[in-house]
Design a protein around this ligand. Structure first.
Ligand code: SF4
Length: 254
């Protein structure tokens, strides 16, 4: 990595509130930078036994290809959230991505633009991705639990998340990501099918229908709670470690 790239990355880390910066020696994929206050925790952690998530037949969207699925979402009236939406927010990115980031639902900016994670929270997510050498649209897909904006930015109701779940399930079937990152409690709880705190879910490897899944904070929460940014950084480093482990396992002889 060049001095110029290092400087750019350090600026990104500063942007997400992480400093001073250390670098891991054995992280060729991203030459990951690690905050001093998180390095010890990273070296000590082992993945826990996967938790089996819910998920069954995606219903009427089973077997749909991308164009059909997008058209279906654009016309969807399966829950009350369709009543006040401006645009459905289907998801964005590389449709063959190894990395899938799942948030909660569209906010006002997303509802206006039809794209997930725009505005301030989106900028923070982009900086978090850049800090681990990822980029929206390049081996990364971003989606939400619900495709329409809950009024007043409230959490989606369980029946709304349930009504929308088949779309995300079909997206995941089509993408076949290697790793899913649940951003925030709503995403984690809905993907895992059980209620638990973010604190109890972080730092462990879970699974959604057999796909490894990790949990971290939602960028909008991090904008309000600066003190937890170092934990989010810790989670991102764990995600990179997990991806490297998955890639090594895939390459290992049987
Ligand atoms: S949130 Fe999902 S289920 Fe509800 S109307 Fe929008 S696309 Fe349909």
């Amino acid at each position: 990595m060049t001095d110029g790239q290092n400087m750019h990355r350090d600026e990104l880390l500063k942007e997400i509130g992480i400093s001073p910066v250390w670098r891991l020696r054995d992280a060729p994929q991203a030459e990951i930078a690690v905050a001093a206050d998180t390095a010890a925790a990273l070296t000590a952690r082992e993945p826990a036994a996967p938790v089996v998530a819910r998920g069954g037949d995606p219903g009427p969207v089973a077997g749909m290809d991308w164009p059909a699925l997008k058209a279906c979402v654009a016309d969807c009236t399966a829950c009350v959230l369709h009543q006040k939406r401006n645009k459905t927010v289907f998801g964005v990115g590389d449709e063959n991505a190894d990395w899938l980031f799942v948030g909660e639902g569209p906010g006002a900016d997303e509802d206006a633009q039809g794209e997930p994670f725009v505005g301030q929270a989106g900028r923070l997510l982009d900086n978090m991705l850049a800090a681990i050498a990822l980029k929206r649209g390049a081996n990364v897909y971003i989606a939400n639990i619900v495709k329409c904006r809950p009024p007043g930015n409230r959490n989606p109701q369980p029946e709304e998340a349930e009504a929308c779940s088949g779309y995300l399930q079909r997206q995941i079937e089509l993408i076949q990501p290697k790793l899913i990152i649940a951003l925030g409690k709503v995403a984690a709880v809905n993907l895992l099918g059980r209620d638990a705190s973010i604190a109890s879910l972080r730092g462990q490897q879970h699974a959604y229908r057999g796909i490894p899944l990790l949990v971290t904070y939602h960028p909008a929460y991090l904008l309000r709670t600066l003190s937890d940014k170092s934990k989010a950084w810790e989670d991102l480093c764990f995600a990179v470690e997990t991806m490297q482990r998955l890639q090594s396992a895939a390459l290992a002889p049987i």
